[in-house]
Design a protein. Structure first.
Lengths: 147, 162
């Protein structure tokens, strides 16, 4: 009797092809995901930059008022509400603020602002610095940089 | 005669179906995430543009003559008028119906420009401007409604000369 071969795929062949297609699909998906993640990180970075700008504005006011005691305004991972003494977090609910001011050898004070979001880890944070110089009571910002 | 029809057995069909469903689920989960992220990003364009519009206001405030800001009030739904020089008063305020939405408008002399719209009408609980007389900081607090996107709260705090 002649053995009949219908020419279709066997179950094993179909499963192997599905697995291969899935792996390829997953790899493509991962690439999209990576791109999306970096874009979201860039959005959070922009929010952090906007918040840091407000924090440094606050330090501008502290420098004009009480330059010699800038270090007394250091804070560690506090909410925007606590930092600005406002009714709420001003729309930055998931962010925390750390600040540190120190006198520099060459003169002036360097204020470092660190903005945390998400898990409040170093990976989810950005650091900004600004130098303040005392000039007869008037504030004077020398530099501003995001790290 | 041993006759085999050449089709799949029930077990083969079940295994094949399960693996296919699982694979489609995994791929769909991964492919939908970039789409969701794209939606998030589209929403993040609006605050960037709105913040750029508010920069004009912030720059004007930075150049304000120190004595021209009404530090005696703490929060205001009324327009904020200040001057870069005595002859040049500038007013920023809400224009529109009392229950909103309206626009943030800038008036200098006879020229009026819309800075941002549509925005919520300011209220006593959510004033457009807040003042910190001890630190000489003006806070601008705007609820902006970009078309087809969720509302955005824009806050700027500006420290001014004392």
């Amino acid at each position: 009797m002649q053995k009949q071969n219908r020419g279709g795929f066997t179950a094993i062949e179909a499963i192997v092809s599905i697995v291969i297609l899935s792996i390829v699909g997953l790899m493509i998906g991962q690439t999209f995901l990576q791109t999306g993640r970096s874009a979201v990180k860039s959005k959070e970075s922009r929010q952090a930059a906007a918040l840091s700008e407000m924090v440094l504005e606050q330090y501008s006011a502290y420098a004009a008022l009480d330059y010699s005691n800038l270090a007394s305004y250091d804070r560690s991972k506090i909410t925007p509400q606590a930092f600005f003494s406002t009714k709420d977090n001003l729309g930055y609910d998931n962010m925390r603020i750390s600040t540190h001011a120190e006198l520099q050898d060459k003169g002036g004070s360097l204020v470092t602002v660190k903005i945390y979001w998400g898990g409040n880890t170093e990976a989810d944070s950005l650091t900004f610095t600004k130098s303040f110089a005392e000039s007869g009571g008037a504030r004077h910002a020398e530099a501003y940089s995001g790290i | 005669m041993n006759y085999r029809r050449g089709g799949f057995s029930l077990i083969e069909v079940l295994i094949f179906g399960s693996i296919s469903c699982f694979a489609i689920y995994c791929v769909a989960q991964l492919l939908i995430k970039p789409y969701q992220m794209q939606k998030t990003l589209d929403a993040s364009e609006a605050p960037r543009e709105a913040n750029r519009a508010l920069d004009t206001f912030v720059n004007d405030l930075k150049e304000a003559a120190p004595g021209s800001i009404p530090w005696q009030v703490l929060g205001s739904t009324s327009p904020l008028t200040f001057a870069k020089s005595q002859a040049n008063p500038i007013t920023y305020g809400y224009e529109g119906p009392g229950n909103g939405p309206g626009a943030l408008a800038r008036v200098e002399g006879s020229s009026e420009t819309v800075v941002l719209e549509p925005i919520d009408a300011p209220s006593a609980a959510a004033p457009l401007f807040q003042y910190d007389p001890s630190l000489h900081i003006v806070m601008i607090d705007v609820r902006y409604h970009p078309a087809g996107k969720p509302p955005i709260r824009l806050v700027r705090r500006v420290a001014l000369s004392q």
